[in-house]
Structure formats: structure tokens, C-alpha cells
Design a protein around this ligand. Structure first.
Ligand code: FES
Length: 571
């Protein structure tokens, strides 16, 4: 331990810490200034950007010893009683969406404010070190650029009102000031323990977790090692009521690399010193099945299904024509896993709360997209009534579907329930990537037919979607793709089928569109090909075939909106 002096936002602070303590940690934990966010802890995402003696730095990469005696500016130092003009511009332009990147973005943008105003190239250059997964950056750039036309100080969000005024998000102020509380910002009580998950290094393996008494004796701050047998209720969760197929902690069989097999509960300092290799796990790797073609011939992977075909969705209407003379386009298409890469890793804090009626409850503050689903899953895992589970959603630093599934929720709930102390878990970036759900990889075949006038007559689609080892949102993907795979086009004859296939891959889940973006690659490619074959401008071809108000889709739904693709293309 050494003593360091930091001048933060004009105020002098003394911090006692190890010289290698990250500046981000010193700000967030020692000084309780959680406006500075941590996304990757590796200098990649820029969420923790602060000014160090006037220059942008990633606070996660700066050891506190290096910052000793320096002047630091964080998001808390940008405004006063009122928002700064920059903060107000972010709020007004919708530049703070989930808000986890916003403090870093604001700090980065603050370096480019000048008279005369910066060029767009200068703004882009200044913001280049901070990643945003929500906005597409345009609104942020527009917000910064707008300051060239504004001389007045910022107004508090909400000041713009009235018919026709642009609405400002109700949480915009919290996001631009850094006061929005995300999963890792919830302050742990003094007696809180930490939880670390031990994960499978194998995509397919059986394992035994041996006697952990030696581990517990060697590390006095280790309070408990949680295993599947400790779960008082159902060791399974899943999106659908009938498919609670994913174990909270694997019970002797790991089905994907990164699957949780046990959890260490102890003081944060102790957990930092324990190597995974110290945990008495004996692994017996098995042949892994990673490809969907292999999975169709392989033994069942998922514990509750007797086949590796989770489900099939089908849409058939009319008869796809086969006669000569029609224009035809066909092709095979493959897409890969895609990671959500939300800037905020999964984080939560659970507390067991003694009831005055003698019936205890569990309360979990967590970054989530689905608090009611979380409540029901945790209740099922603990074997208690849902009314005894309270989920307190924090601000959610990006989800895009990935935070509809369970991550830390059942784990911290189980630990807090069993050890009767608050328990907190914050995933590392690498752990988030290893364990979170992905976009379904797809193998797709498509065939589209049109007459010589460029009218679509038929569409065939076959798609297999890799849902990984567990069901998650696989049924939604398999069910939704055939409904949408002919795109926004009027097609009278359709034969479309999609299957979700189990493999030893990480679970694929909800991801912006549920498989429909993968299928869009097929229909848009085939439309281009047909237009080319017929010598018709691709835009004209699309207009000619676009669904219009009053049209009936392949699933029998009547288009009611008068603003469909056709109308959009005509504007
Ligand atoms: Fe930038 Fe969400 S608003 S990551």
C-alpha cells in the first residue's frame, strides 16, 4: 500500500492503494465516483476515458502511481448545477442511448470543443478511442457539431416541450451526468462477498468436482464452493416454460466451452488469488460436435431432447412453380456466430432479506432486459415462490437481446441464499464473451422465381440455425425465419423451412431480429440476381414486388399500414 494524491475535478483526494491499482478502480471504488464506466478493462472500448493532465487516457490502463499528483477530469466534472452545453447537446440529440459509453464519449468530445468549431473530421478523430454499440455514432457526432451553433450554456433536459418539440429521454440527464447506476455501479455492502464462476475449458467433456475442503482450508477468505448439488430447486433455466434445459451449474457434463461448472464465493481479494487449476476438477474430454451437419448424425447433445433438431418452423403457401422460361436465382449462404459485445459486462448483486413473517426473500440488483423472466427463473432455481424474489433492474449498458437470458442472476441468488450474505458478481469481458448468447450461425439455401416482367412468383428457403448446446431463443428463430425469409416482397408461392440445431457451440439467443437478418442476406442477394438476369434496375424490381397496403403475406396477414416498402421506395 502506498499513498497517492489525485486532483479530481478540481478537488484534492488522497488514496491509499497498491501502486498498480488501476485509476478506473481508484476512481470507482476508493473515491466512489462511478461516473467513469468500465467495459473491457483492457483499453479497447474507451468507456473509462478520463482526462489526465488534459489528455485522454483509458483509466483502466493507468496505474494509480502514474497518476500521482495529476489533474484528472471525469464526467462528474463536466457540469455543475446545470448541464454543460456538451451534456445538453448529447441529451437533446439522443446521443446517449444505453448510456454506458456516454461518460467516456463526453470526456473525449470535451477535448475538441473550440472556437472556431471543430470540423467533422476533428470530431471523429477526438472520439475515435471510444466505442459505442447503440447509436451508430451519428447522433454523437451531430451533438458535438451542434455546439458550433450554440453559445448559450446547457439547459436541463425536459426544457424543450410542446407539440412538435423533440422529446428528450427521461433518463438522459442521468446518462450525461454519469449518475445512471449500471450493474457494476450498485455499491456492495461492507459485508458483501464476491462470486467467480469456474467454466469448462472443453466444448464437450464429463467431469468430477472433488472434495473442496483442502481449497477452503488453504484460502481462508473462500467461504463456499457452489456445485450443482447445492441447488435447492430446479438446476435449469430457459426462455420457454417447457425447456428449462440449461443448468445453472453443469452436473458432470459440460456441453460447451465456457459453461459454468462451479462457483467460488468469498472475499474479492481471495478470489483474485485462486487459480482455476486449484479447483479439484477432473476432466474427461469427449468428442465435440461443432458443425450442424455433424450434429444431425450425432448422439443427442442437449439433456432434455432426444434429437439434435430442437424444432422446425414451416411456412408453405401455394405451389412454387417449376416450369421452363421463368427467371430463377438460387444460392447457398453461410453466416457465423456474432457476439453482442455490449459495452457493459453482466453484473449483479443479491441479498437475502429476512422477512418479518419468518419467510425470507431474495433481492437482486442486476443489469437485465427482462426482470420478470429473471424473477421466475430465480424462483424456480431456489425452489421458492416468485413473490419471494425481487429483481431491481439497474440501467442496462447494452443488451440487444443478450440480456434477455440469465447470466449472473441465478448464481448470485443461489450464493446469497445459501451463505446468507450479500453476493456480487461482475463478469470480466472475456467471461462475458465466453458465456453470453450469440447470433445464430446459419446455413441457408434459397431459390427465387420471377416471370419475364419481373414479378416474383415463388420462393423456396431452407435454413439450419446453430442454437448451440441449449435452446434459449432457438424456437423463436426457427419459427420466425420462415415467416420473414421472403423479405418485404409479395410472393404468391412459398415453401420455407428453418430448423434450430443443437451443437457443442455456445448457446445462441435473441439478437436484433431473431434470425431474420441472416435470411435477409438470402432474399436480397436473390432479388439482385433476378433483377440482373432480367435486365431490370434492382430498385425498380424491388418496387414492383414490394408489399403494399391491402396485400396478403405468405402467412395470410393483410398489410394494413399504408407506409410499406413500396411507399418508402417511392418517396
Ligand atoms: Fe453507446 Fe450504448 S449508448 S454503447
Amino acid at each position: 500500500m502506498s499513498r497517492f494524491r489525485l486532483q479530481v475535478n478540481g478537488e484534492q483526494h488522497v488514496v491509499d492503494a497498491h501502486p498498480l491499482t488501476r485509476l478506473s478502480e481508484a476512481l470507482r471504488q476508493n473515491l466512489e465516483m462511478t461516473g467513469t464506466k468500465v467495459g473491457c478493462d483492457a483499453g479497447d472500448c474507451g468507456a473509462c476515458t478520463v482526462l489526465l493532465d488534459g489528455a485522454q487516457v483509458c483509466a483502466c490502463l493507468v496505474p494509480i502511481a502514474h497518476a500521482d499528483g495529476s489533474q484528472i477530469v471525469t464526467v462528474e466534472g463536466l457540469g455543475g448545477d446545470e448541464l454543460s452545453a456538451l451534456q445538453a447537446a448529447f441529451a437533446e440529440h439522443g446521443a446517449a442511448q444505453c448510456g454506458i459509453c456516454t461518460p467516456g464519449m463526453l470526456i473525449a468530445a470535451s477535448t475538441v470543443l473550440k472556437d472556431p468549431p471543430p470540423t467533422e473530421a476533428e470530431v471523429l478523430d477526438a472520439l475515435g478511442g471510444v466505442l459505442c454499440r447503440c447509436t451508430g455514432y451519428r447522433k454523437i457526432v451531430q451533438a458535438v457539431m451542434s455546439l458550433g451553433h450554440r453559445k448559450a450554456p446547457g439547459t436541463n433536459p425536459g426544457a424543450s416541450s410542446g407539440v412538435g418539440a423533440r422529446a428528450i429521454g427521461i433518463d438522459a440527464q442521468a446518462k450525461v451526468t454519469g449518475s445512471a447506476c449500471f450493474g457494476a455501479d450498485v455499491p456492495p455492502p461492507a459485508d458483501a462477498l464476491a462470486l467467480r464462476v469456474v467454466r469448462s475449458p472443453h466444448a464437450s467433456a464429463t467431469f468430477e468436482l472433488g472434495d473442496c475442503s483442502g481449497l477452503l482450508e488453504r484460502h481462508t477468505g473462500l467461504v463456499r464452493v457452489l456445485r450443482a448439488a447445492d441447488i435447492p430447486g430446479c438446476n435449469g433455466f430457459g426462455i420457454y416454460p417447457d425447456y428449462k434445459d440449461q443448468p445453472v451449474l453443469a452436473d458432470g457434463i459440460a456441453r460447451y466451452r465456457g459453461e459454468a461448472v462451479c462457483a467460488l464465493v468469498g472475499t474479492p481479494e481471495t478470489l483474485d488469488t485462486i487459480l482455476d487449476e486449484e479447483v479439484p476438477l477432473r476432466w474427461l474430454p469427449q468428442a465435440e460436435v461443432l458443425g450442424m451437419e455433424d450434429a444431425l448424425d450425432a448422439a443427442p447433445i442437449n439433456p432434455v431432447f432426444d434429437t439434435n433438431i430442437l424444432t422446425e418452423g414451416v411456412v408453405c403457401t401455394g405451389t412454387v412453380p417449376n416450369e421452363d422460361g421463368l427467371a430463377q436465382a438460387s444460392g447457398n449462404f453461410t453466416t457465423a456466430f456474432v457476439e453482442h459485445a455490449y459495452i457493459e459486462p453482466e453484473a449483479g448483486l443479491a441479498r437475502r432479506i429476512a422477512g418479518t413473517d419468518g419467510i425470507d426473500r431474495i433481492e437482486i440488483a442486476v443489469s437485465t432486459q427482462s426482470p420478470y423472466m429473471d424473477r421466475d427463473e430465480v424462483a424456480n432455481v431456489l425452489g421458492i415462490e416468485p413473490t419471494r424474489v425481487r429483481i431491481r433492474p439497474t440501467a442496462c449498458g447494452g443488451g440487444f437481446g443478450g440480456k434477455l437470458d440469465q447470466s449472473v442472476q441465478p448464481l448470485v441468488a443461489l450464493a446469497a441464499w445459501l451463505v446468507d450474505r450479500p453476493v456480487r458478481c461482475v463478469y470480466k469481458r472475456s467471461e462475458s464473451m465466453a458465456s453470453s448468447t450469440k447470433r445464430h450461425p446459419a446455413n441457408m439455401q434459397g431459390r427465387a422465381l420471377a416471370d419475364r416482367n419481373g414479378r416474383l412468383l415463388g420462393f423456396e428457403f431452407r435454413g439450419d440455425f446453430n442454437t448451440g448446446a441449449y435452446a434459449s431463443w432457438g424456437p423463436t428463430v426457427a419459427g420466425r425465419v420462415p415467416v420473414h425469409c421472403m423479405g418485404p416482397y409479395r410472393v404468391p408461392n412459398v415453401d420455407a423451412r428453418a430448423r434450430a440445431i443443437f451443437t457443442n457451440g455456445p448457446p445462441s439467443g435473441a439478437f436484433r431480429g431473431f434470425g431474420v437478418p441472416q435470411a435477409a442476406i438470402v432474399h436480397e442477394s436473390l432479388v439482385d440476381e433476378l433483377a440482373s438476369e432480367l435486365g431490370i434496375d434492382p430498385l425498380v424490381f424491388r418496387k414492383r414486388n414490394a408489399l403494399r397496403a391491402g396485400d396478403t403475406t405468405a402467412t395470410g396477414q393483410v398489410i394494413r399500414s399504408s407506409v410499406g416498402l413500396a411507399e418508402c421506395l417511392e418517396q
